[in-house]
Design a protein around this ligand. Structure first.
Ligand code: HEM
Length: 419
């Protein structure tokens, strides 16, 4: 039996908060190991890194989610007892519900709503002296997401509803006021969406049968009962909130376009293959999800290491996407690297890895891919703009992180090069 390398500090909780994204990555390099042990809030915790660690992490025979996600994350980011916390048949059934709204036809419709919103927003921005891209893009995404999902949203409510979705995400690495703001935002959003589900169930609001709102409102649990009102709202929010969260990637994409004029030139020329690589490289290079958690289902041994039942195990998302064994010069932004990517579900995991239906891999990954590609198309071919001097640094000790300025643009002009 091998012994798992142990981090020297008595407890790493503060170090995780202080160091942020690179916490696991740095230690896996320090110990030259894909596995090591720390203590988090006093509890022994195993950290996994890299492709082999990811393969293990997504083995649902060996791990479960029950008990892996702290309540403070559930009461802000995800909602209590939502899909992210389920296991086995219950998870499989709930996941099928989510995947049923991700059909190519449905995503095509969403892209049409988004394209219309991009054109509308670009016209608005052309009349403004300066535009802070991040909150503007989030509003654009929220409008399109609500229309697509069958959730009525008045124009005068767009800003405050979008802000609440943002605060829920912003709370995930926060303590104190950031956490409380996220909690209050979630309460407001759940109340709002519960009202919508109720209206659908009482047939006071008619929405298309293929919409997410309809499906959540009428979904039956394995026992044949309708999902509770609270759960239906939580899961509908689990569709709309992450769509607005794509604003983080789009803002990073704008930063990459600014810092890599050669990429901008290729994209402006309409190079479709390059667009695919660029979108993946944005998701690889810029930090968003730091790590994920699982609980050991039953005792097992892996490469001679002992995994005892009940142990918390963290997977290094940030570091696996910059593992030098897979990603040559991982700290350079190089979209071309995706020309030779093998498409593995275990070495590139910005939205989780493994299987969509049976594991917890992100239900909205295809949607995210299409949304980022559309945004990059509008940023390069649908508009022109200048980027004034501003603070574009994004601190790695803040989760989630973003260019400090929110990415300011000016002199926005519409350009009609989008097909
Ligand atoms: C799960 C990231 C966008 C819906 C996840 C997971 C990650 C992630 C890391 C967890 C994977 C795991 O636990 O193994 C992201 C990022 C996004 C994004 C970085 C882009 C900003 C979306 C979108 C949707 C979505 C647009 C829906 C429209 C979900 C759902 C789950 C999930 C429902 C839970 C899946 C499950 O537990 O089976 N996402 N996501 N996400 N995501 Fe996303």
């Amino acid at each position: 039996m091998n012994s798992i390398p142990r981090d020297k500090s008595l407890d790493s909780t503060l170090a995780v908060v202080r160091e942020g994204f690179p916490f696991i990555y740095k230690r896996s390099q320090r110990y030259q190991s894909d596995i090591f042990e720390i203590r988090l809030l006093g509890m022994k915790t195993i950290c996994l890194h890299g492709q082999e660690g990811t393969k293990l992490f997504y083995d649902t025979e060996r791990f479960m989610r029950t008990g892996a996600i702290p309540r403070r994350i559930q009461t802000t980011l995800m909602g209590l007892h939502g899909i992210q916390t389920l296991d086995g048949e219950k998870h499989h059934q709930r996941k099928a519900l989510f995947m049923s709204v991700m059909t190519p036809g449905s995503l095509h419709k969403l892209m049409e709503y988004m394209a219309a919103d991009w054109r509308y927003s670009i016209k608005q921005w052309a009349n403004q002296e300066q535009v802070v891209l991040f909150p503007e893009v989030q509003e654009l995404l929220c409008r399109a997401a609500c229309t697509w999902a069958g959730v009525p949203l008045e124009e005068q409510d767009v800003t405050r509803r979008t802000r609440d979705f943002r605060l829920m995400v912003d709370a995930f690495g926060g303590v104190g006021p950031r956490h409380w703001r996220g909690k209050r935002a979630r309460s407001r959003a759940e109340k709002w969406i519960q009202g919508i589900i109720k209206q659908i169930r009482e047939e006071k609001l008619h929405v298309p049968e293929e919409s997410a709102a309809y499906r959540m409102a009428w979904h039956r649990e394995p026992d044949g009962k309708l999902m509770s009102l609270e759960m239906a709202a939580i899961e509908l929010i689990n569709i709309i909130r992450p769509i607005t969260a794509i604003g983080w990637y789009i803002t990073f994409a704008a930063l990459a376009l600014h810092e890599h004029p050669e990429s901008r030139a290729r994209l402006r020329a309409g190079d479709e293959e390059y667009l695919e690589w660029f979108m993946h490289e944005v998701r690889r290079y810029y930090p968003f999800a730091p790590f994920l958690g699982n609980i050991v289902r039953k005792d097992f041994e892996w490469h001679g290491y002992q995994f005892p039942k009940g142990r918390l195990v963290l997977l290094d998302v940030y570091g696996t996407n910059r593992d030098a064994r897979q990603w040559h010069q991982p700290e350079s932004f190089r979209p071309e690297r995706f020309r030779s990517w093998n498409g593995s579900a275990y070495n590139f995991i910005p939205q989780g890895g493994g299987d969509y239906s049976f594991g917890h891999r992100c239900a909205g990954e295809w949607l995210t891919i299409e949304t980022v590609k559309l945004a990059v198309t509008y940023l390069t071919r649908g508009m022109t703009y200048d980027v004034p001097p501003q603070d574009l640094r994004f601190p790695l000790d803040r989760m989630p992180t973003l260019p400090k300025s929110g990415f300011i643009i000016e002199n926005v002009r519409s350009a009609n090069k989008v097909d």
